[in-house]
Design a protein around this ligand. Structure first.
Ligand code: TYD
Length: 150
């Protein structure tokens, strides 16, 4: 189902909605000596992982994100600590609190995101569908609205 949603979205990035972004529950392999969460392409998430990056040492009160992507799909995970992801499709906004390493927020292309309310020591892990390309960013909110409405 998630794979089908992703395929449909490939032709619908401009009209992608925050309601296509969902929190995905990942496997948690319990062990007395610590828990483990595996993530596999096209099993747990609807895209191939081409890049992994993580955000850490975020000072209290700082805001990250503040952009959208034309093509990029992402799974955002609170590998440690917590933060809020504010997603915005140009019409509706939703705030999702991430605070467990076995849950990830799937973000489709064409969604503005702000990353706020980082707890001390939070680690924001991103599994991404494409290599880094500045050309894939929309960094100006008015440009984003023009793209969505144009
Ligand atoms: P950015 O994506 O704006 O960070 P965030 O959304 O977390 O606020 O990236 C910040 C800087 O890091 C920017 O100069 C681009 C650079 N960057 C890379 O070089 N490679 C990457 O994979 C990413 C995600 C960012």
């Amino acid at each position: 189902m998630k794979v089908i949603t992703s395929v449909i979205l490939k032709g619908m990035k401009k009209i992608s909605s925050i309601y296509n972004c969902n929190v995905i529950g990942l496997q948690k392999i319990f062990n007395r000596a610590g828990n483990l969460t595996p993530v596999q392409c096209n099993l747990n998430i609807p895209f191939d992982i081409k890049r992994v990056y993580y955000l850490y040492d975020v000072p209290g009160g700082e805001i990250r994100g503040g952009h959208a992507h034309y093509e990029l799909e992402q799974l955002i995970v609170a590998a440690s600590g917590s933060f809020d992801v504010v997603i915005d499709d140009g019409i509706n906004k939703r705030t999702i609190n991430l605070n467990r390493p076995n849950f990830g927020l799937y973000v489709t292309p064409g969604i503005w995101r702000d990353l706020v309310n980082f707890s001390s020591g939070a680690v924001l892990l991103v599994l991404a569908s494409m290599p880094y390309s500045e050309l894939d960013y929309i960094r100006n909110y008015d440009d984003f609205l023009n793209y969505k409405n144009g």
